[in-house]
Design a protein around this ligand. Structure first.
Ligand SMILES: [Zn+2]
Length: 243
């Protein structure tokens, strides 16, 4: 991308809305490292982010320019002090990906309620509600367009009752596989995904799992894409079996 295009880039309304919500959720003292961007920011005060780490790579610099514009659009000051750590791009991609994933998981521990600063990690995460937002056409790397479903996970603050919508990927990082791979229908039946050993146990015991398509088998509600093709059991059925 040319320098001119960089200067012309502006965050759209959705990006601004997202930034407002997301950046206010990070507590003062916390860090923000958008995935795969090679840049990390430190939240210094309620209205200031400081550049903390930058990968020595042209696209990281490009991301940093865009993030700065986005943060400034929602009234944050972005500082670029002397303490910036410049990081060499890693040679081992798998190692780097694992490290980044762990780093991102640790970061979720600094996320807080935008209403009262209560940590999101201490919410009752098992009570999330998944909501379908819209179908979106995206351009894939081979040039074809592809339809993806945009969903959001709603969690409620136990302290101030504020409802907070977070991106499903962020919820996954925050709550882990086990809670992410569950789904509750409108009749409060809870389904839980089975891993291979749980599935083996169930089948050996003569039980049969439910395989999820794009709609809930009992209520015909739309299912979120991360549950498609997954084998589940209802938690109620499992609990009654144990008794
Ligand atoms: Zn709250």
């Amino acid at each position: 991308m040319s320098e001119e295009n960089n200067d012309e880039w502006k965050p759209d309304e959705k990006t601004i809305e997202w930034a407002k919500e997301h950046l206010s959720q990070i507590a003062v003292g916390g860090v923000w490292a958008p995935e795969g961007c090679g840049v990390t920011y430190h939240k210094q005060s309620e209205d200031t982010y400081a550049l903390m780490k930058l990968m020595e790579h042209p696209s990281a610099l490009e991301h940093h320019r865009k993030m700065t514009k986005m943060m400034e659009a929602v009234d944050y000051t972005v500082l670029e002090g002397n303490g910036v750590e410049y990081v060499q791009p890693p040679l081992n991609a798998e190692d780097a990906a694992n490290k980044e994933h762990m780093h991102r998981q640790e970061m979720t521990q600094t996320w807080t309620c935008s209403g009262c600063d209560f940590p999101l990690a201490n919410f009752e995460l098992e009570n999330r509600i998944d909501t379908f937002i819209e179908d979106k056409e995206i351009l894939s790397s081979n040039g074809d367009t592809q339809n993806v479903e945009i969903w959001t996970c709603e969690i409620t603050c136990p302290k101030c009752d504020k409802k907070i919508n977070i991106d499903p990927d962020d919820f996954h990082l925050l709550a882990g596989d086990d809670l992410f791979m569950r789904w509750t229908n409108s009749e409060h039946t809870r389904f839980m995904a089975l891993n291979r050993s749980m599935l083996r146990e169930l089948v050996d015991a003569g039980g049969s799992p439910i395989v999820i398509g794009s709609f809930s088998p009992d209520t015909n509600e739309k299912m979120p894409p991360w549950m498609w093709g997954v084998c589940v059991v209802s938690l109620e059925a499992m609990e009654s079996e144990k008794e």
